[in-house]
Design a protein around this ligand. Structure first.
Ligand SMILES: [Zn+2]
Length: 163
């Protein structure tokens, strides 16, 4: 998915994240942060767990649709981690899938690495479920007010993040 450099101008209502957590059957709390330090092919990431809370980061330079899809995608990874038994177990499964797809290991592929990555079973599941769930419940919505100022990403007491 191509990112939109000028795509900021959206909000995440944390009550919608709570609904998403319930839909996916996630047990532990999830903390969402919006960052601007992703590399070009990464729109978001599951950063593991900090004292019992899952940490999800998404890039700031996304369209509202990309932001919503990325949030769903990372939330599916949280559900995968919980059903695998934790972040360590999910990482082990990911390592096995990466070896099977020759992303790592002695016969490591040098071409089509991004395509191979997107075809990993864990990634396919996250992407497919994100597409379906996003159409039912978009997690990021367009923010109509003007552009945000420094520090760019803001949290309101009402429980929303906007960029
Ligand atoms: Zn993923």
């Amino acid at each position: 998915m191509k990112r939109d450099r000028y795509g900021c101008g959206w909000r995440i209502q944390l009550s919608l994240i709570e609904q998403a957590i319930e839909i996916l059957g996630i047990v532990n709390p999830v903390n969402v942060c919006v960052t601007r330090t992703m590399d070009v092919t990464t729109l978001g990431a599951l950063d593991g767990e900090k004292s019992g809370t899952w940490q999800i980061c998404i890039d700031r330079f996304l369209t509202p649709t990309q932001a919503s899809l990325t949030l769903w995608h990372e939330l599916v990874h949280v559900a995968q981690a919980e059903s695998a038994g934790g972040m360590h177990e999910l990482d082990e499964r990911l390592d096995r899938e990466r070896c099977a797809a020759r992303l790592d290991g002695p016969r490591k592929r040098t071409f089509f690495r991004l395509r191979a990555y997107r075809n990993l079973p864990l990634e396919r599941e996250a992407e497919d479920r994100a597409q379906t769930l996003h159409t039912k419940l978009p997690l990021a919505t367009v923010r109509r007010r003007g552009r945000t100022r420094w520090p760019w990403v803001n949290r309101t007491p009402k429980g929303e993040i906007f960029v």
